[in-house]
Design a protein around this ligand. Structure first.
Ligand SMILES: [Zn+2]
Length: 347
């Protein structure tokens, strides 16, 4: 365990390197720095939740795939109903009370002050089958997204199409060998085995990783670095149902080459329970993106084709919102964002 002084030193340094174009307004006290340290490095999932997930994933492996998806959707709905809040607003994060913006060249790709990007998690066959239409929509709108795939699920990603997407500027990231929601809580050698088997099937080491159901542990980060990934994107900043890290910026892990690019928000937390109307969700996203722009943050929005293909109004609204922000934001893929950050860190 690191002594508090070492934690404070580390986190001050991390904040200075990671937050674009801000300086400290007044010197925060030690408690403040330790809180940020805990948000970034502390345990994200309580022991009970980890144990429940491990049990559940063992049970799911015994079910046929169709039943597995149905049970998962049912559990997600249950999880949603017990939550009063779906999202957090970036301006409520405690960090900004202590910071003020300065004029400097923007530190996202294309020297922008703000990042707005899309990722898609392809959990199953229905996601995979609904992806091509969305890809065409994005191409028409000049948008390039990160597509996170499962290598040993119930669909086979066409390798020819994968290469075509990559040559068109899309990024292929890894979402797991299968959709095991307890992956990060398994023993290190099991995590490593599963990740290596996914890489073998892909035929290359992708830059990025997003764990199924956003499970997260420091062991996962160690394995990702060891197996050659450049970044993880399994933490979240505005989702109330997961533990938000309240730090909407990319940062490099301590004594590691690995970056974290937290996702801001995703579709199913709004749509899976069916309690939000499309226009309402669009209004919430518009407001969250406005706030993210104000704090020069990273608005990475995660989507699932199985949901978005049925929410046309929302999808079209999101595409035109990205168009509105075109000159104000970097809309690079996540791997391009990380490559750019690494290049500048080297100077
Ligand atoms: Zn998933």
């Amino acid at each position: 365990m690191k002594p508090p002084e070492a934690k404070i030193l580390h986190i001050k340094e991390l904040v200075r390197h990671s937050i674009p174009g801000f300086v400290e307004k007044k010197s925060p006290d030690d408690e403040f720095w330790l809180k940020i340290y805990d948000l970034l490095y502390g345990e994200k999932f309580p022991l009970t939740k980890r144990a429940a997930r491990v049990l559940l994933s063992t049970l799911l492996q015994c079910l046929p795939q169709g039943a597995e998806i149905q049970l998962l959707n049912f559990l997600k709905k249950l999880n949603m109903k017990e939550r009063a809040r779906t999202y957090l607003e970036p301006l409520t994060f405690s960090l900004y009370r202590h910071l003020e913006p300065v004029s400097d060249p923007g530190s996202y790709p294309d020297r922008k002050y703000f990042y707005l990007g899309l990722s898609f998690d392809i959990d199953n066959k229905i996601d995979y089958e609904n992806l091509p239409v969305l890809i065409e929509d994005m191409k028409k709108n000049g948008i390039r997204a990160t597509i996170n795939i499962i290598t040993h699920g119930n669909y086979d990603f066409d390798k020819g199409w994968m290469r075509e997407l990559q040559s068109n500027g899309f990024e292929i990231g890894l979402h797991g060998d299968d959709h095991n929601s307890s992956l990060s809580f398994l023993p290190k050698r099991v995590i490593e085995h599963k990740i290596r088997r996914a890489i073998d099937k892909l035929g290359f080491v992708p830059a990025g990783y997003r764990s199924p159901a956003l499970s997260f542990s420091n062991t996962l980060i160690e394995v990702l670095e060891k197996t050659g990934f450049a970044y993880d994107s399994s933490l979240s900043t505005c989702l109330a149902m997961y533990r938000s890290i309240e730090f909407p910026y990319a940062f490099k892990y301590m004594s590691s080459t690995l970056y974290e690019v937290p996702l801001c928000i995703q579709d199913y937390n709004f749509f899976a329970s069916g309690r939000y109307a499309e226009q309402e969700v669009m209004n919430i996203y518009r407001e969250l993106i406005r706030q993210m722009h104000q704090i020069r943050g990273l608005a990475l929005i995660n989507l699932h084709p199985i949901i978005i293909s049925k929410k046309i109004l929302f999808w079209e609204g999101l595409l035109s919102l990205m168009e509105e922000y075109k000159s104000l934001s970097s809309q690079a893929t996540v791997s391009d964002l990380v490559r750019d950050l690494k290049k500048r860190a080297a100077y």
